[in-house]
Structure formats: C-alpha cells, structure tokens
Write a protein that binds this ligand. Sequence first.
Ligand code: PFF
Length: 448
Amino acid sequence: KSTSAPSLADGEERFSKSGFIFAAIGSAVGLGNMWKFPYITGKYGGAAFFLMFVICLLAVGLPVLMAELAIGRGGRGSVSASFSRLSKQKGWGALGFLMILAPFLILSFYSVVAGWTIYYAVRSFSGQLFSNSDYSGQFSAFIGSWQPVWWMLLALVLTAVVIIKGVSAGIEKFNKILIPGLVVLLLILVVRSLTLDGAGEGVSFFLSPDFSKLTAESALVALGHAFFSLSLGMGTMITYGAYVDKRQSLGIGTMAIGLGDLLYAFLAGLIIFPTSFAFGIEPGEGPGLVFVALPAAFAAMPLGSLFGGLFFILLAFAALTSTVGLLEVPVAFVRERFGWSRGLSVIVITLLLFLLGIPSAVSVGGAVGGLQFGEKTFFDWVDFICSNIMLPLGGLIVTIFVGYVWKHAGDEAGLTSSWFRIWIFMVRYIAPILVVLVLLYSAGALDF
Ligand code: PFF
C-alpha cells in the first residue's frame, strides 16, 4: 500500500470483473452513439464514414483506452493523483486536472440533452408527442422554454443518486441492470426498423461504402468521434481503471469495451437509417434527426407511441450510464483532494453542475436571449471547447504520458510481448500525431 496520499481505491471500492465491463461499456455507449453518430455518418458519406470510424476505433481508440485504464489501475487514484503518483511529478497532476474539468463541463450540457430524452420518452408513452404532427414546432417550443432546465435537473439527480451509492452498489449495479435492458430495447427496435417497408434503402446507405466520399476531413471527424464515443481524454476511463481488480486483464477489457461500443453504434445505425429512409427523411440533418424526424417516423407506424417511447427510453438509459461515468471523475478528485465524504462531494458538484447547466439549457433553444457569443450559443461553446479542444488535448496528454513518461506502463498493461509492441508503437507514434491533427482541425487551424 502506498505510504503517500491515501488511495481512493483502497478498501472495498472495486468493480467485480463483469461489473467493470458493464460500467465501461455503459460509459462508452451514450448519446454520442445515437445522437451524434447518425448525423455525422449521414453528413460524411454513410458506410464509407462508418468504415473509417471502425478503423479509427481499432487503430487509435483502443490503444488509448488501454493506456487510460492502465494509468488508472497503476495510479489507483483520481486522474490527477494517478498522474502525479506514477510520474512522481506534481506538474503531471496539474495536467491531469484538465481531465477532471473536461467531464465536469461535458456533463453540464450532456445532462441537458439527457433531460430532453427523458422528456421525450414520457411524452411518447403518454401519446402527447403524437397529438400534434408539427414535430419541429414542438421541439423548438420545448427547447425554447425553461422546461429543459427541470428535465436536466432530473437527469442530474438520477446520476447523483447512483454515484452517492458508490462503486459497487451504485455504478456497477446500475449498469448491470441498464445495459441488458438497453440490449433488449435495441434488438426490439432493430427488428422493427428492418421490417419496415422501404428499410432496404436505409440499410444500403449505411452499409454500402462509397469511397469517393472519404476525405481527410471525414477521417478527422471519425477519429474525434472514436475518442468521444469511447469516453477517452476525459478522465472517465482513468477513474474507472482505478477501481479495476489487479487480476483482471486490461487487454480483454479493452477489446470488450471497444466491441460493445461498436456493436451498439452499428445497431443504432440499423435503427435510425432504415426508419428515416422508410419515411422519406434525410439522415444528415443534425440533432433534429432524433427529436424531429424520428417522432414523425414513429407517428406513421402502427404502435408508434410504444416504439417511440421505447426508443427514447433507450436513449435515456444510454445517456444515464454515461452521465454516471462523467460525474464520478470530479467526485473522485474532490474526495481525494479535500477528503470530503462521497455524499458531500456528490451534492456540491451536482449543485455546481446544475448552475452551469442552466445557461446551456436555456441558450440552445433561445429561451433566454443574449446567450449567443459569435455564431455559437453558450451550449455550443461548451460542447465545442470540450469535444473539440479539451478532449483531444486530454488524449494527447495520455499518449505522451504512457508513451514517454511513465516507465512501467507495460507492467501494468500485462500484455504479451507482441501485443505490447503493437500497443506501445500506436501510443508512442501514431496516436499522438493523429490526435494533434484532430486538435488542429477541430480548433479550426486546418481547413479543407
Ligand atoms: N461516450 C459517451 C457517448 O458516446 O455518448 C460520451 C461520454 C461519456 C464521453 C463519458 C466521456 C465520458 F467520460
């Protein structure tokens, strides 16, 4: 046991083997898979983009995921503590702090969208959503009001309740219930969408690649999304790594998480594209796809309010297993740094998140004017700064740390020598270069 700062993961704060896999898949699978992925796939060329995404996931996403899990388990602390403990340098702890701030900021707008999904699930089951066929008007009226603030609060409170219960009774148990639920819902909806008249066109859009659509820009978007989708660069996988048993194989865990995330994105595509094509809806039209186009599609099918309700519940489940992973990062930090109890840490951070979330919730639909800065709303700015700047920066810090600073990364990873060579090659040479390109592109320094 370390004689310096107390380790967070001392004592009973541990995942069981399967609990860790469920929790990590829960974090990876989220709004990104269903809210961002379909519209960027639609925009950047369907199947060709999907293929690019798979390559990015395998070649860069998985090596970085493995690196994050190793840092967490090796450091056995919050992100910041793990970095300073493993490098024995305080400066690295400060860099790690960036990866504590990022999930906090992400959670402030992610919970807004999570709130929308809960609202839509309720309205869909109750049939109210389908009582007026102006779905675009309904959506604008909703996000243009103060209501999203309260739905965001509900999403935050549900998340807080899970995190207060701790690692095994909270995070692990919650994911062990919700992830199988998610799979069942996903399969029901896949069968529904694939049996719609005209589903074939959507399937072929999603699965027959047109390589002429592959551009450097689409590759960088795919890579950025692989990071977001695997919850990388934001401290979640490092924090979860701190609760992993020493005897668990990180290599197998990494594969399972990557496969789970990919499979989910694939099945989400098999729901969204056939459903939208069957009802003559263009898939590339932004977040409105999920909240405007799909309700119109559900309304047009038999038992639409049931399938619509199931779809939004699926989305809400996916969102909540991710918000849980985000909240644990700052909570772990505050507990370790200030010695606060879990309950106090959760309450204080959730309150701060609520306050920070309000401008996001009311700016996105224009409920409150004046929250537009340049061409972006407050919501868009927080999203942009987190997803486009802090996330690739976090990824870069991880690759440099594991590739060049922490000498014992290989021991913690526990790979066979040939896997180790591939892994460290990707982490040292390939990932940092690509991540820097994503960073430059996302920050607007590269133009195509
Ligand atoms: N991976 C999640 C998604 O695709 O929606 C988003 C996310 C969750 C990012 C948790 C980061 C994180 F720590």
